[in-house]
Design a protein around this ligand. Structure first.
Ligand SMILES: [Fe+2]
Length: 166
């Protein structure tokens, strides 16, 4: 969902960005929304199932990260609706459109969860950088700014997670 699609339903709005730009951004936002909803529940999966000597620290870290991603979910969904679009944020939408691989349900040890989450944060960070460039080139600096804000937060958390694995 990264290419402008004429079937994307738009609501009437006085927003001055061209309709084609808004369609394109709404699709990038919904693709990001699906991925972030997926990431949030993958973090919860890690929060619930992690075990080992660093249990408390990782249990709390993963929950904090899930809460942070939940905040991003809301910002992204509301940017899509701000531009006149629908937000597609159900778990079924997430399952269908997330770019992340399925989270292994049998992961237990802290190091395994950290490695799995590093891979997922790196994927999200890479996708966001592409969306920043697309939004910027499309002339939607508001959406570029939102993607940039989230990208900076995701980069920071990638560093947090990776720092456990040195
Ligand atoms: Fe909890």
């Amino acid at each position: 969902m990264t290419v402008s699609c004429p079937e994307t339903k738009l609501f009437p709005t006085q927003h001055d960005l061209p309709e084609s730009t808004r369609r394109h951004m709404i699709e990038d936002l919904n693709s990001t929304l699906a991925t972030l909803v997926d990431l949030k529940f993958q973090l919860k999966q890690a929060h619930w199932n992690v075990k080992g000597i660093h249990f408390v620290q990782l249990h709390e870290l993963f929950d904090a990260l899930a809460g942070e991603v939940d905040g991003y979910v809301d910002l992204v969904a509301e940017r899509a609706t701000t531009l006149g679009g629908y937000a597609y944020g159900t778990v079924r939408d997430a399952a269908e459109h997330s770019v992340l691989p399925e989270y292994p349900v049998d992961a237990v040890h802290g190091k395994d969860h950290l490695q799995l989450l590093v891979e997922r944060y790196a994927t999200v960070a890479q996708k966001l950088r592409g969306h920043i460039d697309e939004a910027s080139q499309a002339g939607d600096q508001g959406t570029a700014d939102l993607f940039t804000e989230i990208s900076r937060g995701v980069d920071l958390r990638l560093w947090f997670l990776e720092s456990h694995l040195i």
